[in-house]
Write a protein that binds this ligand. Structure first.
Ligand SMILES: *Cc1c(COP(=O)(O)O)cnc(C)c1O
Length: 450
């Protein structure tokens, strides 16, 4: 073991590891070329922002790529997930199960349908825990929102079997996992419907954009009617007779049409997406090979020999086990790594668990004098939230999101994690006085909290 005084305790940090030092291509995303620029310019010059011709081309290409019969775009991922909920018939008094650790936009929309979010625990890999799923099911359960969180494919064999047994609908949120596979099959093709963000910070990055995919014509039509007033007519809605009286207005009450600058960029991005993701996976898997086996940390990755993969490795992260490092919290560990690097490269926690947010406890959107989450339910599903305590204790931290297989730089980063693990005992004395919580994570717009 290499003894080294850690930088956080006054030792020398590793040199030249700030953002300015690292080659820009190592991290730059999305990769924008003149082809993307030309596509965007064409929309602007032709004033085609609000048309749907380019969007419909992208929808066709995306569906072909993914292997679904239908795809339909929206302003963003949150809206596409709302459309999926409407299309699946989520309504008053229904329950929808969602893993507690995810971005709020996976399930917050349930409030608009008078439905209740019920939270399921996650595994060490931050993925919906199939062992906890049946606990969450009641006669009111309508759907399961499966989130392939940070690109890790959920255990779809078990989840689909449970859904089938209880006659539940499955919606997949693929916002982190575009291009990913589970046992050789593309994520987003397991549920009755899938929806996802294609926002500029996601693995599939095209500005502000969302897309819904399905093989069921009726779901497609309902999703269209929900947010697309100008496509809510006899030309597009052919099977849903019950919608015929409601043509020409967006049935969700909100417009969901995509901006075609994003659609145009998305078309170009799609052409190169698989090959770029393959490079990201090669780089990230190399980092994981270097870190594999260190005490206290475990890369969140899949064995690609099973036919599964993590798409564009969005938000690449390690699980963290404090008990293997003398109780050092993940937060203290990340502080030490960042000090060693001389810049804030790693983050602990990712998203906070949703069941801990007041939105799901007291918020009364419709001023009915009851929290909207349970306003139409005959049971108070908030009482189930305590069972999600274990998820608050699934610790993790992110690593830099490598886009290029640049061995030298990846090795430099890996070395720092090793240094901190191997010398972590130096930190234990000061760690005892640290009163900050261990979990961390973030609500967007607020820095990591105390
Ligand atoms: C980003 C994200 C969304 C919402 O997508 P937007 O395009 O930001 O509206 C939904 N679910 C997950 C898991 C996300 O990360």
């Amino acid at each position: 073991m290499a003894e080294k005084k850690l930088a956080i305790l006054g030792g020398e940090p590793k040199k030249n590891m700030t953002r300015a030092d690292v080659p820009a291509e190592l991290l730059r995303w999305p990769i924008i070329t003149e082809e993307d620029e030309a596509a965007a310019l064409e929309v602007i010059r032709n004033n085609k922002f609000s048309g749907t011709d380019i969007t419909q081309q992208f929808e066709k290409e995306f569906a072909e790529w993914l292997g679904t019969d239908y795809a339909i775009c929206y302003t963003n991922g949150t809206m596409s997930l709302s459309a999926a909920m409407f299309a699946r018939g989520l309504s008053e008094g229904d329950e929808i199960i969602c893993p507690t650790k995810t971005y709020w936009g996976s399930v917050s929309q349930a409030i608009n349908f008078g439905a209740s979010a019920v939270f399921c625990n996650i595994t060490d890999m931050l993925s919906m825990d199939p062992d906890d799923l049946e606990r969450c099911i009641s006669p009111r359960t309508k759907a399961i929102m499966v989130v392939h969180y940070i690109g890790y494919p959920c255990d779809m064999d078990r989840i689909m079997a449970i859904a089938k047994k209880h006659n539940l609908k499955v919606i997949e949120d693929v916002s982190h996992a575009q291009g990913g596979l589970y046992k050789g099959k593309r994520l987003g093709t397991f549920g009755d419907v899938a929806a996802m963000s294609l926002m500029s910070e996601k693995a599939f990055a095209a500005g502000e954009l969302g897309i819904l995919v399905t093989n069921e014509r009726k779901i497609y039509e309902r999703a269209m009617a929900f947010g697309h007033y100008e496509r809510n007519n006899e030309r597009y809605i052919q099977e849903c007779d019950d919608l015929k009286d409601y043509f020409h207005i967006a049935l969700g009450g909100c417009k969901g049409r995509a901006n075609q600058v994003s659609s145009a960029i998305a078309r170009v991005q799609l052409k190169y997406f698989d090959e770029r993701c393959a490079e990201v996976r090669k780089a990230t898997n190399y980092m994981w090979d270097l870190l594999e086996g260190l005490p206290g940390i475990k890369p969140i990755r899949v064995d690609e020999k099973t036919g599964s993969n993590m798409g564009g490795c969005y938000c690449a992260a390690c699980a963290y086990y404090p008990e293997q490092l003398h109780g050092l919290t993940v937060r203290q560990f990340c502080d030490a790594v960042n000090a060693e690097l001389g810049a804030r490269w790693v983050m602990h926690g990712i998203n906070f668990c949703l069941h801990t947010h007041q939105f799901f406890k007291t918020f009364d959107l419709y001023k009915r004098g009851v929290p909207s989450r349970i306003a139409y339910n005959d049971r108070d599903v908030r009482e189930l939230d305590d069972a999600c305590k274990p998820s608050e204790e699934k610790y993790c931290f992110t690593i830099p999101w490598f886009k290029k297989y640049d061995k030298e730089w990846i090795e430099k980063f890996a070395e720092v994690f090793k240094t901190v693990v191997e010398n972590h005992e130096q930190l234990l004395e000061t760690a005892k006085e640290d009163k900050r919580s261990a979990q961390g994570g973030q609500w967007y717009g607020k820095e990591n909290q105390e």
